[in-house]
Design a protein around this ligand. Structure first.
Ligand code: PEP
Length: 249
């Protein structure tokens, strides 16, 4: 069994002081469940505080929302994988739709970032997903396959096992509109087939896009989903604790 993964993407919210208060609440409201992990992706400035707050919980870890692929140098404003590790991060989101579509990140950029994360021993969480026009044109699977091949093509099975994939249809992120469990499962099956063809059956595949307390249990009842990546609904520690606690009960 792959452990269920509940990943919280705080985006540009929750500074270090608020992060301390967040974990105080979350840790008391969420008791450890066997076979369930909670990962947190705070803004980079809050990573160290967050990592300190979860250091005694083997079921929780903290990651960064983005890295630059060079390990060091004159790249003002960027964060490298080794710097993230120094601050306590153990994972990195790569290719989140906001990085791709707001900041212009390409498939080649995601390939370099996955490689940089792996080299620093950060677990990459590669986000893939189609835009609404691509879905309407029937191109969902072609887009997802292109993004997988662009970021992960050429990696062997052992390396693919260190990666998590998050399928996040762009039209469902932050819009309140989520894919049905069937919609999500159809794409997850395709991603699973891509991985299995490369010998990587254990790689986890998450779903993301307006997941909340109301829809999480239905989505997670779908066996193709190994967890969820959640933005807006992870910002309130009580509600997030309740979701992680109950969604897959
Ligand atoms: C995300 O940021 O990856 C995300 C899925 O956001 P939201 O849950 O707010 O749609």
């Amino acid at each position: 069994m792959r452990p269920l993964l509940f990943a919280a993407n705080w985006k540009m919210h929750i500074g270090p002081e608020d992060a301390r208060a967040y974990f105080k609440t979350f840790r008391t409201r969420y008791q450890r469940h066997e076979g369930r992990e909670a990962w947190f992706f705070p803004p980079a400035l809050s990573v160290e505080t967050a990592a300190q707050a979860v250091r005694e919980r083997a079921d929780m870890l903290v990651g960064v929302q983005d890295i630059y692929w060079e390990p060091k140098g004159a790249f003002t404003g960027a964060i490298s994988a080794p710097l993230a590790v120094q601050a306590g991060a153990r994972a990195a989101l790569v290719g989140h739709s906001e990085r791709r579509h707001v900041f212009g990140e390409t498939d080649e950029d995601t390939r370099r970032k996955v490689a940089a994360a792996l080299a620093a021993d950060l677990a990459p969480v590669l986000c893939v997903g189609e835009k609404l026009a691509e879905r309407d044109a029937g191109h969902t699977l072609a887009v997802v396959n292109r993004q997988l091949a662009g970021a992960l093509g050429g990696l062997d099975a052992a390396t693919l096992a260190r990666i998590t994939i998050a399928y996040e249809p762009v039209w469902a992120i932050g819009t309140g509109r989520n894919a049905t469990p069937n919609d999500a499962a159809a794409v997850h099956k395709e991603i699973r087939a891509w991985l299995v063809a490369r010998g990587a059956a254990r790689t986890r595949i998450l779903y993301g896009g307006s997941v909340n307390l109301k829809n999480a249990a239905d989505l997670l009842a779908e066996h193709e989903l190994d967890g969820v990546l959640v933005g807006g609904a992870s910002l309130d520690p009580e509600a997030w604790a309740q979701l992680v606690q109950t969604a897959a009960a």
